[in-house]
Each structure stands twice: as structure tokens, then as C-alpha cells.
Design a protein around this ligand. Structure first.
Ligand code: ADP
Length: 491
């Protein structure tokens, strides 16, 4: 085991129980399921395979904890969040190792994710103290009008496997800051990072019942239990558009509050006047981070005809340097994809493009037959009729399209049902404003391929969902406005 990536200096962070009402416990059924390292196929741990009965216990605990938690002071909640933030950073090396082991991403990226996740906790510790309401000038002399921000109640939090730490931190921090209590359901492939975060939340001192987590390999019944239960007032979900729509249908029966951060199909546009080296660096950061498994990663690269050849030459040279391998090995840029279905999806979209006239400029295969490691790949000669123009490839494949005019680039970029992130490179100031305003997306990176930060509102439009995470708007998702009209007596 000496080469195992799971030798943690704080062994408590490898939890194999779920956490309900302040207690670490197995599933009521006693069932467990294995968590597998995608780089090696080895089983890392067995975690509870929970069901609706466990979920109901978690909801009951969160519901019982809500009245007291929601009445705590913002300063107290901020202090707990700060303690949790410090513990996450103190344990960052272990958390990163755990993340790489269950998810596959290179260790340096995993460490980056832990720090990025932690930055939301620090941010919302600060925001908690500034959740001001309003005093509104009343329409009548004997009235006083207040607007209060109140926590919505129990929040169900459902997170994906591509950022098992950060996607959870981004939801837990504003929810806790607002005074909500939580029932968390992490992705089936990556429960260990979530359990470790909860273990540190417990150490930070969050009271029993405030944070609850159920693990499962069968998410649909838990989704049913969370959406059907009247005690759950809010669902915050990051994942596929398909499941987001399913949750919205289910939540509609009780008009539950929802935040949905769903799939993307990000265009990455390079105009003739772009700084080509910067554009290449940005495209690589955006496209190949996490092996292309991010909802904001460049899914379609559009290059203006005049610089297409020069861009491709530099881009191909740079992509050729990327090293593929197990995430815990030093110097690795790209880890394995999460599972076999993910690799098959990449292959299927690539074959569709090749069959419709695209060409392979680089890569195109698994590193070894049957493995989950896929070569960094570049496709050229892409056209709008190919599936990859409409679907997230979610793998290390960069499809390159060529365009002529600004209007054409905008039209092509917006020709999708998604609207999460978009990027472009160019230096003409007027065009920067024109294009940023014309792109139908929730987030736009101009001359940068990395846009995620706790201080800005992250989220999409169209079928990429709604709701914003991070920023001073982030707590709005977990609060409602209550207006209080006070009649004064004549005095
Ligand atoms: P992906 O295709 O990236 O795995 P999913 O939308 O399937 O995306 O998964 C994102 C999260 O949603 C995971 O935690 C997964 O377990 C959960 N999930 C999947 N199906 C359901 C469902 N029917 N109800 C609730 N959660 C679900």
C-alpha cells in the first residue's frame, strides 16, 4: 500500500459512515457500496448505500435543528464558518489526496479545488454579517416598513462528481451563512470528499442536525424523497440538464425553491486581433482542466479565418506537451475520465464528427485499450451539423471551427440551448463590449479562460439553469424577503 494515494495524515478524513443528526452511522439497511479509484480501478472504501428511509431521518434532523440554528446570530454562524475554513486549509493536503483518489484529477488541480472551495466558505463567513434588509419610506405617516431576509429552511443539496469539494462548498457556505439546515447528497462516484468536508464541519462545531449527509449509489429514490417532503423548502442542484429538469418537475408539486446549475456548451472565440499566445494558454486552461470534465470548459473553439493556421500550430504544439497519467503522479496534466460511460461518450461524439468530415489533428484514442485515460485530442474542420456543436463532450477533446465575421461568431456561439459560460479573445475595445453583451450566457471570460471565483456570481441562463453561486448575490438563493408593515398608534 506504500504507493497508495490514500495514506492520509488525518485518517479521520476517510469516513465510511454517513452523518445524520450529529452521528456517524451506516444505512438503515446495512448496505454499502464501493468507491473506486478511476486511475487504478482499486476500491478505496465502502460507504453507506442509503435510501429514502435514511433520507427521511436526515430531513427530520435538519427540520428539528432549523428553528434554533436560524435564530443564531450571524456573527456566530460566521465564526463557525471561519473555523471550518481554517480546518479545510489545515487539512488541504489530505483533502486533495482524497479528491484525486476518488475523482482522478491531477493532485495540483485537486489542491486548487480545495482552496477554491474554501474561498467560498471564507467569503460567506464575511457575507453572513452583511445580510442587511431595508427600511422603506412608508406611504402613510403612521406606517413603518421593514424588509427582512429570512432563511428558507431545510435545503436539499445535490452535487456532481467533477468538483466533489468545491461544488459542495459553494452551496453549503451560503446556506449555512443564511441560517438554513442541510441534507446533502453527494455524487455516487465521489462521496469521500464530501464526507471529509462534513467531518471537518463537525470538528468546527456546527450543532447536530445542521449538516446531514446521505450517501447512495442509487440517487433517484433520494431525489424523490427530498422533493416529495414538505419539510424540504429548497433544492440546490449542480449536474446534468436532464436531472435538473426532472427535479424541477418534482419540485413543482410544492413550488419548492430551486437553484439549478446545469450543463454548458461553452464557445471559445479567438478573433484576428487576439494575443495568440494568451489565447492558446486560455484555451488549454479552459479545455483540458479536469480532463475537460467541467461545465464551463470550452466545448467549441471558434477561430477567425485570418489567424486560424497560426492559432492551430501553436495550440497543437502546446497540447502535445500535456502529460496524461494517474493524478497522484507528479507532472501529470490530465488524469483519467470518471468512468467507462464517459470515455464512450467522448468516442461516440468524436466518431460522429469524423464521419461528417472533421479531421484528427492530434490524439483520438485511449492511452491503452480499456483504460479510462484518453489522449488530449484536437479536431479540425468542425461544422455546425456535428453532434459536438450541440452536446458537451466532457472530455479532453478540442473541436476547432473556423469563422469569418464577428456577426457569424456571435450567431454560431449563441446557437445552442445552453447558456452557462462563453469566452473570447480580442483586443478591440468596442468589439469587447459588443461581443460580451451579445453572447447569450450567464458568464463571459474576455481574454481569460478561467472565470470561477467566489467573489463573482456563477450561473447560467436558458437550459443551463438559474440561480447564482458565490458573490454578494449567493445568499439570496437561501433566503426569502419578508416585508413587515408596522402600524403606529397616534401617540
Ligand atoms: P452526471 O451526468 O454528471 O453524473 P447527474 O445529473 O446524473 O450528472 O448527477 C449529478 C448529481 O445528481 C449526482 O449527485 C447524482 O447522484 C444526482 N442525481 C442523479 N439522478 C438523480 C435523481 N433522479 N434525483 C436526485 N439526484 C440525482
Amino acid at each position: 500500500m506504500s504507493s497508495s494515494p490514500l495514506l492520509l495524515s488525518n485518517p479521520k478524513l476517510l469516513s465510511t459512515s454517513a452523518y445524520l443528526n450529529g452521528q456517524w452511522r451506516p444505512a438503515i439497511s446495512g448496505r454499502v457500496y464501493p468507491v473506486v479509484n478511476p486511475a487504478t480501478g482499486e476500491t478505496l472504501a465502502a460507504v453507506p448505500d442509503m435510501a429514502p428511509d435514511d433520507t427521511q431521518l436526515a430531513i427530520a434532523a435538519a427540520d428539528a435543528a432549523f428553528p434554533a440554528w436560524s435564530r443564531t446570530t450571524a456573527a456566530y454562524r460566521a465564526e463557525l464558518l471561519k473555523r471550518w475554513h481554517r480546518l479545510l486549509l489545515k487539512n488541504e493536503a489530505d483533502l486533495a489526496r482524497l479528491l484525486t483518489a476518488e475523482q482522478g484529477k491531477p493532485l495540483a488541480e485537486a489542491l486548487g479545488e480545495i482552496r477554491y472551495g474554501a474561498s467560498f466558505i471564507e467569503w460567506f463567513a464575511e457575507e453572513a454579517r452583511r445580510a442587511y434588509g431595508d427600511v422603506v419610506p412608508a406611504q402613510e405617516a403612521d406606517k413603518r416598513i421593514l424588509v427582512l431576509r429570512q432563511p428558507v429552511g431545510v435545503a436539499g443539496i445535490i452535487t456532481p462528481w467533477n468538483f466533489p469539494n468545491a461544488m459542495l462548498a459553494r452551496k453549503m457556505a451560503p446556506a449555512l451563512a443564511a441560517g438554513c439546515t442541510l441534507v446533502i447528497k453527494p455524487a455516487e462516484a465521489t462521496p469521500l470528499s464530501a464526507l471529509a468536508m462534513v467531518a471537518l464541519a463537525e470538528e468546527a462545531g456546527f450543532p447536530a442536525g445542521v449538516v446531514n449527509i446521505v450517501t447512495t449509489r442509487n440517487p433517484a429514490p433520494i431525489g424523490e424523497a427530498l422533493t416529495a417532503d414538505k419539510r424540504v423548502k429548497k433544492i440546490s442542484f449542480t449536474g446534468s440538464t436532464r436531472i435538473g429538469k426532472w427535479l424541477m418537475e418534482k419540485a413543482a408539486a410544492q413550488l419548492k425553491r430551486l437553484s439549478l446549475e446545469l450543463g454548458g456548451n461553452a464557445p471559445f472565440i479567438v478573433f484576428d486581433d487576439a494575443d495568440l499566445d494568451a489565447a492558446v494558454a486560455g484555451a488549454i486552461a479552459s479545455k483540458y482542466r479536469n480532463a475537460g470534465q467541467t461545465c464551463v470548459c470550452a466545448n467549441r473553439i471558434y477561430v477567425q479565418a485570418g489567424i486560424a493556421e497560426a492559432f492551430l500550430a501553436k495550440f497543437t504544439t502546446a497540447v502535445r506537451q500535456l502529460r496524461v497519467g494517474p493524478g497522484h503522479e507528479p507532472g501529470v496534466d490530465i488524469g483519467p475520465l470518471i468512468n467507462e460511460a464517459a470515455v464512450e461518450k467522448v468516442e461516440s461524439l468524436m466518431h460522429d464528427a469524423l464521419s461528417r468530415g472533421a479531421s484528427l489533428a492530434l490524439g483520438g484514442s485511449r492511452i491503452t485499450a480499456g483504460s479510462l485515460f484518453f489522449e488530449p485530442t484536437i479536431l479540425t474542420g468542425m461544422t455546425a451539423d456535428m453532434q459536438m456543436a450541440q452536446e458537451e463532450v466532457f472530455g479532453p477533446v478540442a473541436p476547432v471551427f473556423i469563422f469569418s465575421t464577428e456577426a457569424e461568431a456571435i450567431r454560431l456561439a449563441n446557437a445552442t440551448d445552453y447558456g452557462l459560460a462563453a469566452y473570447f479573445y480580442g483586443r478591440d475595445l468596442s468589439r469587447v463590449f459588443r461581443v460580451a453583451e451579445a453572447l447569450a450566457y450567464g458568464m463571459v471570460g474576455v481574454n481569460t479562460g478561467l472565470i470561477s471565483t467566489a467573489v463573482a456570481p456563477f450561473g447560467g441562463i436558458k437550459e443551463s439553469g438559474f440561480g447564482r453561486e458565490g458573490s454578494r448575490y449567493g445568499m439570496d438563493e437561501y433566503t426569502y424577503l419578508k416585508y413587515v408593515n408596522i402600524g403606529l398608534d397616534a401617540g
